[in-house]
Design a protein. Structure first.
Length: 198
């Protein structure tokens, strides 16, 4: 089981392979999500508020994998099952492409070759997304368990992305907690991202 950065989402066709801006691999956000997970999973003495600690150390791929395994011991089986489903999707994609009549044989051949070239890359991106989404699910579970009132992080793009994903997860599961994500200054005037749950 590997956890490593793959890269942005590829756009693949008969003309080549392009990488889409703004569609980064979830691996880029996983370390932050795991830091939030570890931060919310603690004993609360008074306020149920998570504030990101700026001295939090960066995590290696192995450390990230070890943390996910702590929270989801069946991660390997989950990954295998979801990747098997994704591989079937890739096979269907190729079969659909082979049956197209609006492409010349050489175009099909090039497109299929490009799909083959990017297969492992796309599978790794899928694995990274699974790790990331499991981490988000565990954060939401702990927020429910501990009745956490808010999460506060620096207002940077990656933190904002993770908080948006957490907010989206609350909306997806139709939680009784209503998430509200906003930006504002903290007590020192620095901009923070704040996800309030009520």
């Amino acid at each position: 089981m590997t956890l490593e950065y793959a890269g942005p989402r590829p756009f693949i066709n008969q003309h080549g392979i392009e990488f889409l801006d703004g569609k980064d691999d979830k691996y880029a956000y996983l370390a932050i999500a795991l830091q939030i997970l570890k931060g919310v999973d603690r004993e609360y003495k008074k306020d149920k508020i998570y504030t990101y600690e700026s001295d939090t150390k960066r995590l290696s791929s192995k450390e990230m994998l070890d943390i996910v395994v702590q929270y989801e011991p069946n991660i390997e089986e989950i990954i295998e099952e979801k990747v098997a489903t994704y591989i079937e999707k890739l096979k269907f994609e190729k079969a659909e492409l082979e049956s197209r009549t609006n492409l010349k044989d050489v175009e099909k051949k090039v497109w299929l070759k490009n799909l083959d070239l990017m297969k492992n890359y796309r599978i790794q991106r899928t694995k990274n997304k699974i790790f990331y989404m499991i981490t988000i699910e565990k954060i939401v579970d702990i927020i429910h368990r501990e009745n956490i009132q808010s999460l506060q992080t620096p207002f940077y793009e990656k933190y904002w992305h993770v908080l948006q994903t957490i907010e989206g997860r609350f909306n997806t599961i139709k939680s009784p907690l209503q998430p509200n994500l906003e930006v504002g200054p903290d007590e020192t005037g620095k901009l923070i991202a704040k996800l309030t749950l009520s």
